[in-house]
Design a protein around this ligand. Structure first.
Ligand code: 5AD
Ligand code: SF4
Length: 473
């Protein structure tokens, strides 16, 4: 029998991107190879997001589309196993099989290590399989090591789950309690990723700055006080991996930002000066109703402390507008905080009531037109700040880690220390290296640069090279 094919479509956050890769790794020993083409695949898995209603609804429209592919395949005598993984699987469980009875498999985020067994069983019995348990064992101890080659930038989950219970958020219900992977495991995985070609690691966790993983054995024996390491110490340790050029981490919780991590921004050159630090709102009244454990002044203090440690640090954030009870004055407090901090980039959302969360039952819901109006005002301000930041980069020289070919032949694409996409003319052999680039033009979402004179441009593709490359089997 030839290789069987697997197609995983990923929705939502970076952790899902990481999880999808690990699911593919877990299924590789069963002979599954990944394919971009859902229609051809023997197993199709949607790795889903439940954070807002729109995200969750997308899954059902995608399932509707796949239902036809599955039926067509069956008509030709073939078979497609259709699975739902991720946070919608966890939150809705059996309900998915009721709403979409053509689904074969529902698997929650904490049991991906059981996926191979589920598929084998499913093939044998043809009966739908469902597992949304929060098992006592950690999936990380049972998933195989990193398989497929990572890109220049790779994700590495170091922490998962959340105990914060912000009143709007489903994550504590879908991802479960906080768990930090042991330092030794993270270090081994980081080494494997770098050996396989990764040059930048983004450490992932829902509350990544609250990471407190078990110390490596040699350390805890000699230094009994250090049974657990925080994220700052973990980052300093990973920075010693040869070949690794850059480290990032996401997502952080403001109240968990600690002195050790802030000091790492001062002391570890590989740690990039760009931090995603969601604030959600600038109003203390709204922050309290959200059950956030910080106020606006606390957030400002953290940003100041981080800027004192690393003056060029830039921030990104998440905002929710139209949270129940948010008045115009509360919303203006958010605009005020945005003006004070100055964000390089940010994500902003209309509040979306999620079933089972406390905020969904609050009586003072904000009307939709008000949410729309506030979102557009906030996004206009954030957009201006982003453009202004990018404009200020023009004329400066930034280290760019190139990670892929550009859209045009002869062009490659990378990221600045602040994670801005930068394109420049250079050969593909410069991909995977950090190059000093003079920024010559700023756009809303990217920068254009020219290699500094001392930098080798490598072998630049000639026009037409892209189509030749595309034609390769
Ligand atoms: N409605 C709108 N946005 C939400 N987020 C989380 N839950 C909701 C919700 N119910 C946003 C928060 C969070 C980001 C990942 O998604 O801003 O930081
Ligand atoms: Fe959700 Fe709050 Fe936990 Fe972030 S900290 S995952 S917003 S509950």
């Amino acid at each position: 029998m030839g290789a069987r094919t697997l197609h995983i479509k990923t929705f939502g956050c970076q952790m899902n991107v990481y999880d999808s890769a690990r699911m593919a790794d877990a299924l590789a020993p069963l002979g599954f190879v990944s394919t971009e083409c859902a229609e051809a695949a023997d197993v199709v898995i949607l790795n889903t997001c439940h954070i807002r209603e729109k995200a969750a609804e997308k899954v059902y429209s995608e399932l509707g589309r796949l239902r036809h592919l599955k039926a067509r395949k069956k008509g030709r005598g073939g078979r497609m196993i259709l699975g739902v993984a991720g946070c919608v699987a966890q939150a809705e469980g059996e309900e998915i099989l009721r709403r979409a009875p053509y689904v074969d498999l529902v698997v929650g985020p904490q049991v991906y290590h059981r996926l191979p067994r589920m598929i084998v069983e499913l093939e044998r019995t043809q009966a739908p399989a469902i597992d949304v348990e929060f098992p006592p064992e950690s999936k990380f101890d049972h998933l195989p090591g990193v398989g497929a080659a990572p890109g220049v930038g790779a994700f590495l989950t170091v922490q998962e789950g959340c105990d914060k219970f912000c009143s709007f958020c489903v994550v504590p219900y879908t991802r479960g309690a906080e768990y930090s992977r042991p330092v030794g495991d993270v270090r081994d995985e980081a080494r494997r990723l770098v050996d396989a070609g990764a040059r930048e690691l983004t450490l992932l966790g829902q509350n990544v700055n609250n990471y407190h993983g078990a110390a490596p054995r040699t350390f805890s024996r000699s230094r009994p006080g250090a049974a657990e390491w925080g994220l700052g110490r973990l980052i300093a340790e990973l920075a010693s991996i040869e070949g690794l050029k850059r480290i990032r981490y996401t997502t952080s919780y403001p109240a968990d930002m600690n002195a050790e991590l802030i000091a790492a921004h001062r002391d570890v050159p590989k740690l990039m000066p760009f931090v995603h630090l969601p604030v959600q709102s600038g109003s203390d009244k709204v922050l309290a109703a959200m059950n956030r454990r910080h106020d606006a002044a606390g957030y400002r203090r953290i940003a100041d402390a981080m800027r004192a440690a690393r003056p060029d640090i830039a921030f990104s954030s998440d905002f929710i507008v139209g949270f129940p009870g948010e008045s115009e004055a509360d919303f203006e407090d958010t605009l005020c905080l945005v003006r004070d901090i100055g964000f390089l980039q940010a994500y902003s959302f209309k509040y979306s009531p999620r079933p089972g969360t406390p905020a969904a039952a609050m009586t003072d819901q904000v009307p939709e037109p008000v949410k729309i109006d506030r979102l557009s005002r906030l996004q206009a301000l954030l957009g201006d700040q982003q453009m202004e930041f990018n404009r200020r980069c023009a004329g400066t020289t930034l280290g760019v880690l190139f990670d892929r070919r550009g859209r045009r032949p002869g062009q490659i694409l990378g990221r600045s220390p602040y994670s801005q996409p930068v394109h420049a003319e250079a050969g593909e052999d410069r991909i995977g290296t950090v190059v000093e680039v003079r920024i010559v033009r700023a756009y809303a979402n990217s920068l254009r640069g020219r290699l500094e004179p001392g930098e080798s441009a490598g072998v630049i593709a000639s026009p037409g090279a892209e189509s030749r490359a595309e034609a390769r089997p």
